[in-house]
Design a protein around this ligand. Sequence first.
Ligand code: C2E
Ligand code: CA
Ligand code: CA
Length: 512
Amino acid sequence: MSSRKSDPRLALLVDGIVRLSRGDLSSRMEPSPARDDVDAVITGINLLAEELQLVHQQFEKRVESRTAMLNQAHLDMRRMAMTDALTGLANRVALVERIEAALAAASAGTAPPALLLLDLDSFKNINDRFGHSAGDRVLTEVAQRLQGVVRGSDVVARLGGDEFAVLVSQATMEIALQVANRVMEVLDQSFHLDEFSVYSRASIGIRLADQGASAESLVLEADTAMYEAKRLGRSTIKVFEPVMLYDRQLRTLMASELRDAINNEELVLHYQPVVSLTDGRILGVEVLVRWNHPTRGLIFPDSFIPLAEEIGAILELDRWVMAAALSQYERWRDELDLAPDFQLRLNLSAVELQQLDLVDYVRGVLKNHRIPPVNLVLEITETALVTGAEVETYSLLSLKNLGVCIEIDDFGTGYSSISYLRRLPVDMVKVDRSLIAELTDGSWQADFITAILQLIRAAGLDAVFEGIETAEQARKLTEMGCLSGQGYYFSKPLTLDAITSMLKTNQHLPAA
Ligand code: C2E
Ligand code: CA
Ligand code: CA
């Protein structure tokens, strides 16, 4: 017993087990050459330790790979939360984060960042005409083109819809303008959708960060500049100026006033005669709306129609104009000796054509005032018609079936071809005033207008010329065979009283 007690291997054994139980799974014990029971136990424990170590290693590996997976998932989720799914560009959240980083760097002494916000000008038309998946293709390509014109340190983001942003790091105004011009250049190339080439140019607002700017103010101010660029017309670059913020506030104020104006009877109608070029007879009148503002006086439609469209008040406005004008027509017909073919011409906004109840409304107002549909001409701008969406064609067809005349207004300012117009149910074309602006003897414009007139006639349509300001223009147009026109040469738009007395005396305006 005593010899067993003193067996040194037992102490070794106890020691080894303690080490294993502490987690040192690599520790092993050396069996003695005796190969007796004690050695058998030592060998058994060594094998067990081996087993444990293996299980432990596998466990560790699994934990490791799980952790890696979780980290990856976390990264993916973060990337997804920071990425625009369609284009793979940074999204608004990511952009704001990068702006904040750039502003922080600037306050530590680097050059400030500049933010470019851009909005595609005619994207809605592409979506309407070619469908959403075509629209998506255009957006994806825009994203690629934008990425092609920035430096690696810049950020291109899509903020939703057709709005994009470029954050130019460490910029000067010169660099920011260079980037904006390069963006314009790449968007100047057409996009190919099946057999069509479409254009999607942009309006760009630029804001170079001031010392101490916040991400929020930078975005707001770039957006204000972009809004201004958009307002000024297509594919314009605008650098932020503080006065733009004031203008924007004013427009917000005007927007709420405009909503009330329609109900408060602040809108008034003026009327411009359309005359026969050969004898000066008044063939009809175009109704032109004005806003008689209580403090700012008479406001012209170019200053509030786009605003009405923007705030969705245009439908109400156009319908108010239609009801008021037709009611006036009824009074004239009862009181004056109007020719049976006297035409009342109304301007109709593009969005009206998207309203399924438009035709019922028109039919109802005509019936209320007992006015034959042929006496009504609806002028619709060319740019409104080129979208060619189904609902618009449906509206046009229904109006035409009702017997109303449809006229394309501002013809020559859009991209529509005569062959496209031929497919639309329209009756007349009003040639835009810009086309005759320089019509004088011997000018190249005479040949151009003759050609346009031939095309219009070949499509079976009638032409009216607007913006005739001089006797010379009137004479030239008459020589070319144009039949009717309107413009300051004959008469400016007139108040109700003035046009009424003109119609009453059955006055003929100066013929060519
Ligand atoms: P528009 O349909 O092209 O109307 C003709 C515009 O040209 C009118 O401007 C008219 O005053 C102006 N004009 C007429 N003759 C001449 C001329 O000889 N020379 C020049 N330089 N200009 C001439 P206005 O009244 O300011 O109307 C501007 C635009 O506002 C109209 O352009 C039309 O698109 C829109 N608009 C007017 N009334 C309405 C309306 O009730 N509803 C809608 N949706 N739009 C309207
Ligand atoms: Ca018009
Ligand atoms: Ca016009």
